[in-house]
Design a protein around this ligand. Structure first.
Ligand code: GSH
Length: 231
């Protein structure tokens, strides 16, 4: 059984790709050229009517999957890995996965595409300032959660898809929007989040996922831009 992942370098697909690599699942990756707006083409809209990456095709499912959190939750459930195994931890897993998706990633998206939410340079700059503060608040909350239980991963002892999702968000927050990203010092000021990033960076599967998208280390702390990313 082989999955198909639609991707563009350094887009949200990298969260799914890290999960696929960690699982050791068989998948093929098809690039959607965002420089040509291919994510809005009729052919791609059949897979995701939102015109957003990622999309994962699981041949065992009746429709293609979109939404990063839904895809990685599906993979974790199908393979029984990258999630807490005890029934009592299911709620904790879901709440943090949804927090990353609905709060941290949602605010990052608004920061990356501010021109879709505000008109004119002054309004855009003002909204970006508010969003910087919000993203820092979210990262501070995650730092406090890691301090509360002692880590090393967001859900405690074991790596989960939440850590992969958080890693991508922390990476992007230092890179995008180009010219007005948060900056690496915002992350290095959070020692527990930064420590989690260092642990992620050491993982072979994580490095393979980024290498497949043409992205070299450092991946999470002071990262650089890929050759042709359009986030
Ligand atoms: N809520 C979506 C957001 C995905 C998303 O923001 N994808 C971006 C790339 S990181 C995208 O496809 N952007 C193209 C566009 O907005 O035109 C998810 O979690 O999958």
């Amino acid at each position: 059984m082989t999955y198909t992942l639609f991707y563009s370098p350094d887009s949200a697909n990298v969260v799914v790709r890290m999960a696929l690599e960690e699982i050791g699942a068989s998948y093929e990756a098809l690039e959607v050229d965002r420089r040509q707006q291919a994510q809005s083409s009729p052919a791609f809209l059949k897979f995701n009517p939102q015109g957003l990456l990622p999309v994962l095709v699981d041949p065992a499912q009746d429709e293609p999957l979109f939404e990063t959190a839904a895809i990685v939750l599906h993979l974790a459930d199908q393979h029984g890995v990258l999630k807490p195994l005890g029934a009592a931890a299911r709620g904790r897993f879901l709440k943090w996965l949804f927090y990353l998706s609905n709060t941290l990633h949602a605010d990052l998206r608004m920061l990356f595409y501010t021109e879709r939410y505000a008109s004119g340079p002054a309004a855009i700059a003002a909204l970006q300032t508010r969003l910087h503060a919000r993203v820092l608040g979210h990262l501070g909350l995650l730092e406090a959660e890691l301090a509360r239980h002692g880590g090393p991963w967001l859900l405690g002892d074991a790596l989960s898809v939440c850590d992969l999702y958080l890693g991508a968000c922390v990476r992007w927050s230092q890179l995008y929007p180009r010219g007005n990203a948060l900056g690496a010092q915002a992350v290095s000021a959070l020692p527990r989040v930064a420590g989690l990033m260092e642990r992620l960076e050491q993982r072979e599967a994580v490095r393979r996922a980024f290498a497949a998208e043409g992205i070299a280390p450092p991946l999470f702390l002071g990262p650089g831009y890929p050759a042709h990313a359009v986030v």
